[in-house]
Design a protein around this ligand. Sequence first.
Ligand code: KIV
Length: 268
Amino acid sequence: MKATSDWKQMKKEGEKITMVTAYDYPSAKQSEAAGMDTILVGDSLGMTVLGYASTVQVTMDDMIHHARAVRRGAPDTYVVVDMPFGTYHGNVDDSVQNALDLYQATDANAIKLEGAGCIDIIRRAVAAGVPVVAHLGLTPQSVGVTGFRMQASDEAAAMQLIQDAKAVESAGASMLVLEAIPSDLAEKVTAVLGIPTIGIGAGVNVDGQVLVYHDVLQYGTERLPKFVRPYADFNTAGVQGLKSYVAAVKAGEFPDESTTYKRKVFEE
Ligand code: KIV
């Protein structure tokens, strides 16, 4: 498993960090086999695998269930797990306890929190030994308020984001996800921080990139965000494969000799 300190070294050396979401054993296995630097068990699983309209319905039990499967599929990859909506928005003691519980229950390498309102939780979780990844810009757990759109597009919001990025780094975050912000702002944030920035819709001048597994491979997705480039088409391949199976069963071509058990016949 990679040590957390590798990330800062990769940033220093200018080696881009790759991250993809994974939510189950096979997607984790594929990600590890592909040489992904790190896997995010994102609460986007609410939309991609559970069919909710947002991440808000995702529970702690959901995250633990999926993250354990990912860990089994990718035992040698650095795994980050999202804290779900509502588990770090109450009092700080409960939030820190939830962070510790999630980290312990999933055997992940780090937890991830959204927004700039959780500086104390980051500080205390890190002090307790839990590596924390921060997430600024578009934070999907807040889309009820912000909508799914680019963030920090005016000067004041851009300045605020730079301050927030410095604050999460000072609190001890080991990486920062920057989502859906102007690329020049992402570049500035990347330049002022010692920790790596991982962009999603933040342009190329960041330290790494993260995309959602189902978007990269077009798996169950209908519409892709502007910042996604798909690298495979599982939708077409999957439906085509299932159609061929239906046709073969209907035609009596499946099963055939090669896929049928036979009783041993003993000579008298
Ligand atoms: O849950 C998720 O998939 C995420 C990514 C969008 C970074 O947080």
